[in-house]
Ligand binder design. Structure first.
Ligand SMILES: Nc1ncnc2c1ncn2[C@@H]1O[C@H](COP(=O)(O)OP(=O)(O)OP(=O)(O)O)[C@@H](O)[C@H]1O
Length: 263
């Protein structure tokens, strides 16, 4: 965490004692997470440990059964209990979703729209912004992620790395308070992965608030202020990258790290 921020600032994202089940399967068993403005938090852990589910609960793509999700000091209002618990306030859900924008493993670009149209779509249709203003911002963001020359191409005409960079530009176009990355490099070949890693590192240097689910320990070590190791729906270990990667305390994390690419 950035020094002196935690005591004075309202976190952008706070999760307290979150529990999430799919039917009888309890996937998150009381998870806490805090991200202040400018923090980069990485979620690591083996397959099925609940990383993506946690990310999806944070931006309310998934309901949770117990615990709090607090965005910029504003707790989510729930109605119902247990498996019937849902957010009560649609406007609040939209506010949170537009401010915590997700970047998915599979890019999820609209195939029938050009890259420029993909980036412009949500600010124009969801936020009701002036298309001319959005277009200028979209072109600037596509330049920033290194694909300014691809504005008129369609997603199928781009490499995976270029598509993911377009997806990042699309997320940034919403001018969100935080970006949530769900394994942004897992679908890419190693050489294309590096293009996307570079963009994420640049965003971290700019002081963007980000939560990143990743299998890439080097990325987690390089960009994070805080790393959380999840195991079977619980936080097993967490801390700075040095604490987690260099002074690993639990045997479980040691085993996990020894089975992955070293940081
Ligand atoms: N929609 C769903 N319905 C039922 N079970 C689900 C659903 N989504 C996830 N799960 C289960 O929840 C558990 C956690 O899944 P999750 O995708 O959060 O794990 P993960 O740590 O992100 O794994 P990976 O690294 O493989 O993506 C797994 O056992 C998974 O099978």
């Amino acid at each position: 965490m950035k020094e002196n921020m935690s005591d004075t600032q309202t976190p952008v994202i706070e999760v307290r004692d979150l529990h999430k089940s799919y039917g009888n399967l309890e996937v998150l068993k009381g998870v806490d997470l805090v991200a202040h403005k400018g923090d980069v938090v990485s979620l690591i852990g083996s397959s099925g440990s609940g990383k993506s589910t946690l990310l999806r609960c944070v931006n309310l793509l998934e309901d949770s059964q117990q615990g709090d999700v607090i965005f910029d000091g504003e707790p989510v209002h729930w109605k119902g209990e247990g498996l019937n618990r849902h957010p009560a306030d649609k406007a609040q859900v939209i506010r949170i979703r537009t401010n915590l924008t997700m970047v998915f493993q599979q890019f999820n670009l609209w195939a029938h729209m050009s890259i420029l149209q993909n980036v412009m779509e949500a600010p124009v249709t969801v936020l009701g912004e002036d298309p001319a203003v959005v277009e200028e911002r979209a072109r600037m963001l596509l330049d920033k992620v290194g694909i300014g020359d691809k504005c008129d191409n369609y997603p199928a005409q781009l490499s995976g790395g270029q598509q993911q960079r377009a997806a990042i530009a699309r997320a940034l176009a919403m001018e969100p308070q935080a970006l949530l990355f769900d394994e942004p490099t897992s679908a890419l070949d190693p050489e294309l992965e590096q293009e996307v890693v570079k963009v994420i590192k640049d965003l971290a240097k700019e002081g963007r608030t980000m939560i990143i689910v990743t299998h890439d320990m080097r990325l987690a070590a390089d960009v994070s202020d805080h790393v959380i190791f999840l195991h079977q729906g619980r936080i097993e270990e967490q801390g700075t990258p040095d604490e987690v990667f260099k002074n690993t305390k639990t045997e479980r994390l040691q085993q996990f790290l020894s089975a992955t690419v070293p940081a």
